[in-house]
Every structure is written in structure tokens, then in C-alpha cells.
Design a protein around this ligand. Structure first.
Ligand code: XMP
Length: 530
């Protein structure tokens, strides 16, 4: 296993992710763990991360002495390279000026780390690497025994190596995808240089996570808010695997879910996994509070607020305990790593609120519960892999995202129970056909799009059906392709597919007589209509 010592970089989790992608087990710990801890961890290799800032105090951060005494390979990245240089007798030039972004690095010296790894070669035959740099300070002189491994015009010592000891260091960031060969370098380090076998798979994560959950929870009880989304579902399955009936899931059905979704969630968790799930059917409460409300942000606030109230009421009951139960002391959440970053785990400035997103932040404090977040270190695709390894069905785990306020923001303006029913049925047809239709390579159009759904437009238009005139509602189909949901293109769905969907909706959903396709990209439109 690999030990990653974190000096506070925003991308340390990415190092861990790349190591896992190389099928090697790793753990991240703070840079100032004790020598004893490192010895008992017994890593086969150690990675020193970058650091976020250029404040003077950060220059004092050092790796524990045991790192150098253990006799195992060490890879220093960015700040990790600088501390390696300082601790082993080289020197660093501290600077306020930051070099940031794309760079081309020339490889030197045929080191084991970079051998045969390159993006292109110069006419003189030097191997070149396309990398991502983010640093101010740089190594000014090599420590004794080290040789130059890489350089750029502005950073003459961009990489260094002491091959007998297995020490390597790079000023650039191999863990980010902009460094094209980054994965290859990290795989080389953990597998070939540190000698890890590379047979770790996401399924193994279950065992480690289960052990950690058991240790953290002991014999106490846990509440989890199950939404049917990927993250809370995987968290529920994982925690249930660890502590069984010590977990109670609370599933608040606000009546604005997709067709039959509530039943499917119950079938899966209560029926198949035998988890304790309390289903709170609050649709009347929600629809009642939403009656007459047309403003999208007001609708979001009402849904989000009520959701918290309903959930809290259930949680309070579970906290109090009944009969044989002592009462819950933990609240579990399916927080994943990108959520940690977004909610200010890092220094990024908060973007302006275009749409207030519904979440249950602040709940644990309000409820006086301890927090259990077993997915905090994982990225979305890893959470999905874990879900499959836990036995959740692939079509649940690979589902498109669904907003917290649900159909509440897909029915434009006022929400009426009648509209919800029409939209649920139209949307189910769209999704069913998307799953069934395939492109030339055999991939389904559901998998070829990032998010697809139907929007209910509360306007009536004239149609003709049989001999009669109709005067019914309109729906819009929306399907987008995006990698980050910040920008998105409308998907070029085949006409044959659109034709089939529109034909089925108009024939099967009485009350809708017109279907349109949304051909707006984001920006300037958003993905949802409200
Ligand atoms: P927009 O419409 O802002 O959507 O382009 C970007 C992504 O965010 C989702 N979304 C929401 N998710 N609560 C959520 O949990 C919300 O209020 C909300 N509004 C939008 C949207 O589905 C898309 O994936």
C-alpha cells in the first residue's frame, strides 16, 4: 500500500484517485503524522503532495523523518518536491511569482520514472511531456546524489531523481488530467518502483470502508436520508453492509418524483437489501404548500424547507428511540468528494447563485447528530463502481442526475397534481425510448446523453385527433451532453427516436397533444427550465 502525505493541496484527492486507478491501495494522511505512525503503516512507497498556498508558514511544512529512514521509494509532487530538496540537502528559491498552467517539460537522464513515457520528441531526440504546472517556488540546487530528471526554460529543475534510493520528484502535477502522461507516471511509481502488485479493485474498498464504519459507529445507531439518487443509495447500501439494522433510512417522498420511483426505491432497499426504510409519504403536504406558487426560487425554497422539516421530524423520533432502541446518534450523508470541494472545503470563490440548489446542509448541527460520510473521498465514477460492487443495479447507479426539487422545477409555474401525473407519464415514455434506442456502436441514447427529461408547459394548443379537435397541454423534451453540467450542448438525438417518443406521448398520455424538442445550449439557456 501507498501512503500519501497531504501538505494541503486542493488536488491531493486526485493523487489518491490515480493510485486507485492503478489498482493500488492508498491512504491520505496529514503531512505531520508521527514517525511511529509511518512505521506502523508500513507503506511500500510514499507520495508527498503539493501544498495550496505560498504563505511563508507553509515553507516550514516538512515530511516526518521516518519518510527518509524507512528505505522505501518516495515521490514528491510540487511542494513535495521542494520539501524533499530542502530536507535532503538541496535548496529552494522561494518566490511570490506563480507559474500556472500548461507547460512543456523536457525529460533528462533516462530515469526509471520517465523511461519511454513521453508525448512527443524534439528533433534532437529529447522526450517531451505536456504537463500542468502550478507553483511559485522552485528547487534551485539538487540535493547530493540526485540527478536532473526534467526541465523547462523557466524552471530548470522541474524534476529530480535519486535512483538508488528510489526518490523521484516533479515540480508539475502528474495527478491532473492536463498532464497527459500523469497516470502513466503514477502507475510506474506505485507499481514498478514501489513494487505494489496492482490487484486492488474498487470492490476491495468495501471491506476497508465497512471496517472504518464499524469502528466509527460502534454499537450506536445511524439515520440516513435516502433520496433514490446515486450518492445516497450507494451510501445506504455500504452502511447497511457494515452495520445492518443499526441503520435506518428515511425516504421522504415529496410527490415530485419520477413515475413509480418511490416504489422502486422501496423495492430495492427494503425488499431486496432488507434495510430498514421509513417511507414518509408527504406529497399532500408538499403539493398543498406549493399551490398557487409560480416563482421558481420560491418553489425551491418551499420544497427544500419542507424537506428539512419532514426529515427532521422523523429524525427526532429516531433520535429519541423507542422500545429496545437507544436512539440514533449519527446522521449519514452521501457526500462525495466534489461536494466537499464545492461547499468550501477549498478556497475557491463561491459562484453567484443562478439557482439555489436544494441540499440538506447544516442538518447535522441542527439535529445534534454526529456525521457519517463514507463516500467523502470518492469521485462520482468511483461511487458508481462501488455501487455496482455492492450489488446495486447498474441502471440505478448509472442514472442521470435528478434535481432535489424534482418535477417541481420541471412543471413551469404553478404545480398542480394533474400536471405531475401527466409529466410523470410523458417522462417515463421518453426515458424508456432513450434506453431502448441505440447508435451505430450499440450504445443506448440514454448512456450517450448526460441528462434527459421532459418539461411540462402549462399552455394549451389546438390539435386534431380522429375526427375531433383537441385543446391540450404541451411538453418539451430536453436532452443534453456535458462533462461538468456548467456548460452543455443539446443532444442531436436521431429524428426517428424523437418521432417515436412524440408519437407515443401524444397517443398514450391523454391531456398532451403536442411535443417539442429543446434545441438550446447552456449557456445562455440552463439545463433545467426553471
Ligand atoms: P442548470 O439548470 O442550472 O442545471 O443548468 C445544472 C445541473 O443542476 C441540476 N439542478 C439542481 N439540482 N437542486 C438540485 O439538486 C436544484 O434546485 C437544481 N437545479 C438544477 C440540474 O438538474 C443539472 O443537472
Amino acid at each position: 500500500k501507498i501512503l500519501i502525505l497531504d501538505f494541503g493541496s486542493q488536488v491531493t484527492q486526485l493523487i489518491a484517485r490515480r493510485v486507485r486507478e492503478a489498482h493500488v491501495y492508498c491512504e491520505i494522511h496529514p503531512n505531520d503524522v508521527s514517525d511511529d505512525f509511518i512505521r506502523s503503516f508500513a507503506p511500500k512507497g510514499i507520495i508527498l503532495s503539493g501544498s495550496h498556498a505560498s504563505t511563508y508558514e507553509d515553507h516550514q511544512l516538512r515530511a516526518p523523518q521516518a519518510v527518509w529512514d524507512l528505505g522505501v521509494p518516495v515521490l514528491g509532487i510540487c511542494y513535495g518536491m521542494q520539501t524533499m530538496a530542502v530536507q535532503l540537502g538541496g535548496s529552494v528559491e522561494w518566490s511570490d511569482h506563480r507559474e500556472f498552467g500548461y507547460a512543456e517539460v523536457r525529460a533528462h537522464g533516462h530515469t526509471r520514472l520517465l523511461k519511454d513515457i513521453q508525448d512527443f520528441a524534439t528533433p534532437e531526440g529529447y522526450g517531451m511531456l505536456k504537463v500542468w504546472m502550478s507553483h511559485g517556488d522552485k528547487v534551485a540546487s539538487l540535493p547530493p546524489g540526485f540527478k536532473l530528471m526534467a526541465s523547462t526554460p523557466s524552471c530548470p529543475i522541474a524534476g529530480m531523481a535519486h535512483e538508488d534510493k528510489g526518490y523521484y520528484a516533479v515540480q508539475f502535477h502528474p495527478e491532473v488530467t492536463h498532464t497527459v502522461q500523469g497516470q502513466a507516471m503514477l502507475t510506474r511509481f506505485v507499481r514498478e518502483i514501489a513494487g505494489c502488485s496492482g490487484d486492488w479493485i474498487m470492490g476491495n474498498y468495501i471491506e476497508e470502508a465497512v471496517a472504518k464504519i464499524r469502528e466509527q459507529v460502534g454499537d450506536e445507531e445511524v439515520i440516513l436520508g435516502l433520496s433514490g439518487g446515486v450518492d445516497s443509495s450507494v451510501a445506504a447500501a455500504l452502511i447497511h453492509r457494515a452495520i445492518g439494522d443499526q441503520l435506518t433510512c428515511v425516504f421522504v417522498d415529496h410527490g415530485l418524483l419520477r413515475l413509480n420511483e418511490g416504489d422502486m426505491v422501496m423495492d430495492m432497499f427494503s425488499g431486496r437489501l432488507h434495510a430498514k426504510v421509513i417511507r414518509v409519504d408527504a406529497s399532500e403536504l408538499f403539493l398543498g404548500a406549493l399551490a398557487g406558487v409560480t416563482d421558481p426560487e420560491k418553489k425551491r425554497k418551499i420544497i427544500g424547507g419542507l424537506f428539512v422539516d419532514v426529515f427532521k421530524a422523523e429524525a427526532d423520533k429516531l433520535k429519541a428511540g423507542t422500545g429496545g432502541h437507544k436512539g440514533a446518534t449519527f446522521l449519514a450523508q452521501g457526500t462525495i468528494y466534489p461536494d466537499v470541494v464545492e461547499s468550501g472545503g477549498t478556497k475557491t470563490k463561491k459562484a453567484t447563485t443562478i439557482k439555489s440548489h436544494h441540499n440538506v446542509g447544516g442538518l447535522p448541527e441542527q439535529l445534534g447528530l454526529k456525521l457519517l460520510e463514507p463516500l467523502r473521498e470518492l469521485f462520482k465514477d468511483e461511487v458508481r463502481e462501488l455501487g455496482v460492487a455492492l450489488g446495486l443495479p447498474a441502471d440505478m447507479v448509472y442514472r442521470h442526475p435528478f434535481p432535489g426539487p424534482g418535477l417541481g422545477v420541471r412543471i413551469l409555474g404553478e404545480i398542480k397534481p394533474e400536471y405531475v401525473k401527466l409529466l410523470q407519464r410523458a417522462d417515463a415514455i421518453f426515458i424508456e425510448e432513450l434506453r431502448a434506442a441505440r447508435d451505430a456502436s450499440g450504445k443506448s441514447w440514454y448512456d450517450l446523453t448526460s441528462q434527459a427529461f421532459t418539461v411540462f408547459l402549462p399552455v394549451k394548443s389546438v390539435g386534431v385527433m380522429g375526427d375531433g379537435r383537441t385543446y391540450d397541454y404541451v411538453v418539451a423534451l430536453r436532452a443534453v451532453q456535458t462533462s461538468d453540467f456548467m456548460t452543455a450542448d443539446w443532444a442531436e438525438l436521431p429524428y426517428s427516436l424523437l418521432k417515436k417518443v412524440s408519437g407515443r406521448i401524444i397517443n398514450e398520455v391523454r391531456g398532451i397533444n403536442r411535443v417539442t424538442y429543446d434545441v438550446s445550449s447552456k449557456p445562455p439557456a440552463t439545463i433545467e427550465w426553471e
